[in-house]
Ligand binder design. Structure first.
Ligand SMILES: Nc1ncnc2c1ncn2[C@@H]1O[C@H](COP(=O)(O)OP(=O)(O)OP(=O)(O)O)[C@@H](O)[C@H]1O
Length: 240
């Protein structure tokens, strides 16, 4: 059974429709990358999966349960974490940022400090900056903080909106390694990623989006075997 399932999702901004029936599913331990050119609706989809905006039609399900009408914060408690941008609480220290997420929620009976220390142990750079205000972190360190929060939430499904943007390859490599590790412990991950090369390095499957729908699904091996296909999909139908 899929951990995260999106069916027939439609919606947009007021009169502007952006999504036209998106279907996708991510299984336990699977990493699925969603690729596509600028403006096709990837972030809009993430916002609807996260519960930040409501679809006009369609369904979002987590572990078989319809969560389409469930508010965003409650989705986190149900096991769906979303990484959007480099959110951090500026004046709070790195450690206090993590403490805010170390609540007991039924699936998590670890004491708070142990969960915080466990997440810091995964990111030595963050551990070295634990008492520093989050506002002083670099872009890559903020992404580490966001992922460290996710480790504390221990999600069943994780949706990440473009974390490679503007980061040095070595930082992206470290973050991708963590995504692989989350996959290895069964987390279903949907990764929004403009770079097909980055997506191919971490995903089990790549979905390609155009004009608000998924137009193709391929494994990295299929794309490696067919460079023409990959080029066509990367260019979003604009290839000659
Ligand atoms: N708040 C908004 N109000 C009106 N239109 C919006 C709003 N946010 C996004 N859009 C429009 O919706 C469409 C899809 O945007 P979205 O951010 O989902 O695309 P994307 O695939 O994530 O693009 P990118 O890769 O550039 O981030 C775009 O045409 C965009 O201009």
């Amino acid at each position: 059974m899929s951990v995260l399932e999106v069916t027939g999702l439609c919606g947009g901004y007021g009169a502007i429709q952006v999504l036209f029936g998106v279907d996708l599913a991510v299984a336990a331990g699977e990493t699925v990358a969603l690729c596509g050119p600028n403006g096709v609706g990837k972030s809009t989809l993430v916002r609807m999966v996260a519960g930040l905006s409501r679809p006009s039609a369609g369904r979002v399900a987590l572990r078989g349960e319809d969560i389409t009408a469930v508010p965003g914060p409650r989705r986190v408690r149900l096991g769906l974490s979303t990484v959007i941008g480099q959110q951090a609480f500026g004046t709070l220290s790195v450690r206090d940022n993590l403490r805010m997420h170390a609540y007991p929620n039924g699936r998590d009976d670890e004491p708070r400090e142990a969960a915080v220390d466990g997440a810091l142990a995964v990111f030595p750079r963050l551990a070295a900056r634990a008492e520093q205000p989050a506002s002083t972190l670099s872009g890559g360190e903020r992404q580490m903080l966001v992922l460290a929060k996710t480790l504390i939430q221990r999600p069943a499904a994780l949706v990440i909106d473009e974390f490679s943007l503007g980061l040095a390859p070595v930082v992206v490599g470290g973050l991708l390694e963590l995504v692989r590790r989350l996959g290895a412990v069964g987390v279903a991950t949907l990764l929004i990623e403009q770079s097909v090369n980055v997506a191919m390095s971490v995903a089990d499957r790549l979905l390609f989006m155009e004009h608000g729908t998924i137009i193709a699904t391929h494994t990295p091996a299929e794309l490696r075997d067919s460079p023409d296909l990959a080029r066509r999909l990367v260019l979003g139908g604009h290839a000659a």
